[in-house]
Design a protein around this ligand. Structure first.
Ligand code: COI
Length: 356
């Protein structure tokens, strides 16, 4: 289907935020991409319009049954003036996997990339240049039938918005404190855990709020059946370095297959560092710590990048990891991966896509 993106530029550009004080997801650019779907017609009417509220009937299905998925990727401004995306096709691939799980129609991957690039180019002035800042790209799809019966919607909206961001965690690259969740579970095999469904995040809020009250940044989820195998942290996949071997939970159907997770695995292999994807219990991690073999731990995510884990609390016991300092490997991975993302390090993996 030959798509043509119609562009309507804003007549009232917004003031740009202070780059020193971006936080995460608080500011939005001048434009957004929108495309509609109707059964029998397919995806149609792709357009970029001024950033504006949506007007939806109160009966719109997404409000009631949560048929909503999203993605997160970033555009980076390099020192030599290029604008780079990091592995955008991986995000688009995962978008369609999420679509499949939620009975949402597939989007054309090539066109989705073109839509992202066209929008980023148009709002290029919004891409911040300070160290550690970027333009977060949030594609999402919602069901839009005004109907209260439970079934997949016949109509959808695919929308992309952009947000200039700094670090996701107030800690930045400094270690975060993590609470190992014992009561609530995030997902089970056969559920939605392996896709980016909005509902996964709704399900996580209660545990996260309780952990925040206890002064922890995020929760570490255990498996939903035995509550002993490590799954992931709120917004990140998780890695442990035990006795010089890097271990990350294998993708068993309840964990999000993170793009940064995959990148870290590739980089570690290229550095000849032993990296194993397998099931790992929380007991094993605490045991390794007791034996002095837990060298470091870190989380990975698009928003969080590489985030060292400074301490873990499980069943009332707290362990400090790497003396609550950023571990050597986490720092090296952070420097290398952000180096590629910002065009400072040679992109030997061919991961970046130049927008401008
Ligand atoms: C991302 O890392 O892009 C995520 O999706 C995490 C997000 C929920 C803030």
């Amino acid at each position: 289907m030959p798509y043509q993106i119609k562009i309507e530029k804003t007549k009232t550009p917004k003031e740009k935020p202070d780059q020193h004080n971006l936080g995460f997801g608080r500011f939005f650019t001048d434009h957004m991409f929108v495309m509609d779907y109707a059964a029998g017609k397919g995806w149609h009417d792709p357009r970029i319009i001024p950033y504006s509220p949506l007007s939806l009937d109160p009966s719109t299905m997404v409000f009631h049954y949560g048929q909503a998925i999203f993605e997160g990727l970033k555009a980076y401004r390099s020192k030599d003036g290029r604008i780079l995306l990091f592995r955008p096709t991986k995000n688009i691939e995962r978008l369609n996997i999420s679509n499949d799980r939620l009975c949402i129609p597939q989007v054309d991957p090539g066109f989705a990339l073109e839509a992202i690039k066209t929008l980023v180019k148009l709002d290029e002035d919004w891409i911040p240049s300070l160290e550690g800042t970027s333009l977060y790209i949030r594609p999402f799809i919602i069901s839009t039938d005004p109907y209260l019966g439970v079934r997949p919607s016949h109509t959808y909206k695919f929308i992309i918005i952009l947000s200039p961001v700094g670090a996701y965690y107030p800690e930045g690259i400094n270690p975060v404190k993590i609470y190992v969740e014992e009561n609530y579970v995030r997902s089970v095999k056969g559920g939605l855990g392996y896709v980016k469904a909005a509902g996964n995040y709704a399900a996580s809020l209660k545990a996260q709020e309780e952990a925040n009250k206890k002064n922890y940044t995020q929760v570490l989820w255990l498996d939903g059946v035995e509550k002993k195998y490590i799954e992931e942290v709120g917004t990140m996949n998780v890695f442990f370095v035990i006795n010089s071997e890097v271990i990350t939970p294998s993708l068993e159907g309840s964990i999000l297959p993170g793009v940064t997770r995959d990148s870290v695995i590739h980089v570690l292999k290229s550095w000849n560092i032993k990296i194993t994807e397998r099931r790992i219990t929380i007991d094993e991690v605490f045991d390794a710590h007791a034996k002095g073999m837990l060298d470091e731990s870190f989380g990975t995510g698009t928003a969080a990048v590489i985030s060292p884990i400074g301490s873990l609390n499980w069943k009332g016991k707290t362990i400090a990891i790497s003396n609550e300092k950023t571990g050597e490997l986490a720092q090296k991975l952070y420097d290398f991966i952000t180096g590629i993302q910002y065009g400072k390090v040679e992109d030997t993996f061919n991961w970046t896509v130049q927008v401008l």
